[in-house]
Design a protein. Structure first.
Ligand code: TPP
Ligand code: MG
Length: 632
């Protein structure tokens, strides 16, 4: 390092300066990779990273803006919501103190990694020098002196490092960037920062802070893999595409729409892939799997070739390996992540979704499915669309609303480019089936981790990523109670959300699941404990509308379709975060998917309800496939 110009900065100052100089580039489009840094300060980061962020804000508040959040987990969700809307080309850093602030981020890290969304976590860590050990919130793990709570990040992150010494920072940061910008490998990255090291000064080579542009690659499919895939698809009579989130992140939706229109191959969509085609595209059969449409599931049941594009084939997508029922069904799997290409013994095509679709389209020449299949698909899609229309219909306007009607009203009152956000409860499944998606980024349901509490926080990130769209957060009472904290952050930042808070006094989703498993909705309703010792008393006097108002949101209570319609219109006209509180009946569910989800039922039981459910379970289990076959 002879004669290199250097600059003397603390490790924290160097970190922040480095982050501000990182860019991503894809198809010639260049973006600042970190839009900013969320944080909550404590003794583990206030003096180091806090000082560096203050210094950066005073110098130029636009370079790496700092946002004070309310809960560390929620801040990671906001970063995920943002990065997902930006097709993973931009994200946020999130910093926490040591101990509980850091471990609060572990759930957020898992969510990011499961959904393959880049986020950079900078948890504070206990002293590298250990001179003041044990410090406040230090774990003191008896069997190993170098373990801290931050080691909990290792299994849920794609890359983990701890900067014990300043000299390690450049490699840690470059390693982090390499993973964050790799479409196959991306997810959460955690760089733990011991609190003493953060404040330590070092002479850094100036080139560490030069602008770096990280090219987001589009791996081309191998010619052999395209040839093999083409041979399989060209022989298919009833092919089906399963479109996952990768189609959207890769910007492959147009290529997919053209490919399917030309070949007539129908497309079922996963939760992350909903939006890959607009709902009324002639080849769209809507949602697939356990929460799918009867159209997609009927097509899946008889498909001879399934072309998975950008999907990780979760159990909800495959209906726990029961959706594809042809005993000879073959899979062709296009994915940037090799792990996903070999699932269900598929023929792997390791490639960017857009590049692979274009290559396959060319290689397939004038291949097209037969007219009978085209007509059958169109008829099934029409039938499902009629089912949706019926579920949306408002009968007696003076009566209360059910959840399908709430979804219908939100859908019809929103603009095509508006974004619906959801994550857990009964709504993700209902949205998957019923939401008419009109824009590739219009549907944002976090269903990799399906984390209660993602909704408001993720919605905040989504809105920050696309300020020109209305973001409509649909959240159940259970999920709201888990983490509505970022309403206060939205108010603080002047970021407008529309939150539809569906009050049904507990877990409609797990209640229905419980009943189907013969468990009598045990422990799923928010009610008083009665003298008999059970949670079966009157509803609790919880007022979530008042709670939302207390956090600074504008709140509207709606009971009927007319009131709800007015409320959505007011909310859309408002420029402040607005919460619409609506009561629904948890016992009225959305139309059936005619599908299954594998949740094992007790093999022996004292309860007749459980014994009956076990018999049904065994029947369904018999329809499960292994999809195992030798590699080609
Ligand atoms: C953090 C977390 N804990 C537990 C679960 C399991 N779970 C899934 S849905 C659900 C209930 C959600 O209740 P609510 O938000 O009121 O929605 P509803 O089911 O009533 O539609 C639970 C407990 C989860 N997904 N996430
Ligand atoms: Mg509920």
């Amino acid at each position: 390092m002879a004669n290199e110009p250097t600059v003397r900065l603390t490790v924290a100052q160097a970190t922040i300066r480095f982050l501000a100089a990182q860019y991503s580039e894809r198809d010639g489009e260049r973006n600042r990779f970190f839009a900013g840094c969320f944080g909550i300060f404590g003794h583990g980061n206030v003096a180091g990273l806090g000082q560096a962020l203050l210094q950066a804000e005073l110098r130029d508040p636009t370079t790496l803006p700092y946002i004070l959040g309310r809960n560390e987990q929620a801040m990671v969700h906001s970063a995920v919501g943002y990065a997902r809307m930006k097709d993973r080309l931009q994200t946020w850093a999130v910093t926490s103190s040591v101990g509980p602030g850091a471990t609060n981020m572990v759930t957020g890290a898992a969510l990011a990694t499961i959904n393959r969304i880049p986020v950079l976590l900078l948890p504070g860590d206990t002293f590298a020098t250990r001179v003041s050990t044990p410090v406040l919130q230090e774990l003191e793990y008896a069997a190993a002196g170098d373990i801290t709570v931050n080691d909990a990040f290792r299994p849920v992150c794609r890359y983990f490092d701890r900067v014990w010494r300043p000299e390690q920072l450049p490699a840690a940061m470059l390693g982090a960037m390499c993973v964050l910008t790799d479409p196959a490998d991306t997810g959460a990255v955690a760089i733990a920062m011991p609190q003493d090291v953060q404040a330590e000064a070092f002479d850094w080579p100036e080139t560490l802070f030069a602008e770096r542009v990280w090219h987001i690659r589009r791996p081309m499919p191998e010619r052999t893999e395209v040839q093999r895939a083409t041979a399989i698809i060209a022989a298919a009579k009833r092919p089906l595409v399963v479109a996952g989130g990768g189609v959207i992140y890769s910007g492959a939706t147009q290529a997919l729409a053209q490919f399917c229109r030309r070949t007539g191959i129908p497309v079922g969509q996963t939760q992350a892939g909903k939006g890959a085609l607009p709902y009324d595209h002639p080849q769209s059969v809507g949602a697939i799997g356990s929460t799918g449409t009867t159209a997609a599931n009927a097509v899946a049941a008889k498909a001879d070739v399934v072309i998975g594009i950008g999907t990780r084939y979760s159990d909800f997508t495959t209906a726990s390996r029961s959706a594809f029922a042809d005993p000879d069904v073959r899979f062709v799997n296009i994915n940037v992540a090799p792990l996903d290409t070999i699932k269900n013994s598929g023929l792997p095509v390791v490639a960017d979704a857009r590049e692979a679709i274009v290559a396959l389209d060319a290689a397939l020449g004038d291949y097209s499915v037969g007219p009978d299949y085209r007509n059958e698909v169109a008829r099934l899609a029409r039938e499902w669309d009629d089912t949706v229309t019926a579920a949306y219909r408002i009968g007696d306007d003076s009566a209360g609303l059910n959840q399908s009607q709430v979804i219908g009203l939100v859908n019809t009152l929103s603009e095509p480019s508006d974004v619906v956000v959801c994550a857990a409860g009964s709504m993700p499944g209902d949205l998957h089936k019923l939401w008419r998606t009109r824009d590739r980024k219009g549907y944002h349901v976090e269903y990799g981790d399906s984390c209660m509490g993602y909704e408001v926080a993720g919605g905040l990130g989504a809105k920050m990523a696309c300020p020109d769209r209305d973001v409509l957060v649909l959240v159940g009472d259970g999920s709201y109670l888990m983490m509505a904290t970022e309403l206060a952050t939205a108010v603080q930042e002047g970021v407008k959300l529309i939150v539809v808070l569906v009050q049904n006094h507990g877990f409609a989703s797990i209640g229905a699941l419980s009943e189907s498993l013969g468990l009598q909705r045990f422990g799923t309703a928010y009610r008083y404990r009665t003298q008999g010792g059970r949670l079966d008393g009157a509803k609790l006097p919880v007022d979530l509308a008042a709670n939302a108002a207390s956090l600074g949101a504008h709140v509207i209570r709606a009971s009927t379709a007319a009131e709800f319609t007015d409320a959505v219109k007011v909310a859309k006209g408002n420029d402040v975060t607005t919460v619409i509180h609506v009561e629904t009946d948890p016992l009225i569910s959305a139309p059936n998917s005619e599908s299954w989800w594998d949740v094992p039922v007790s093999e022996v039981s004292e309860l007749d309800s459980t014994t009956a459910a076990r018999r049904a379970y065994e029947q369904n289990k018999a329809a499960q496939h292994s999809y195992l076959r030798p590699a080609e």
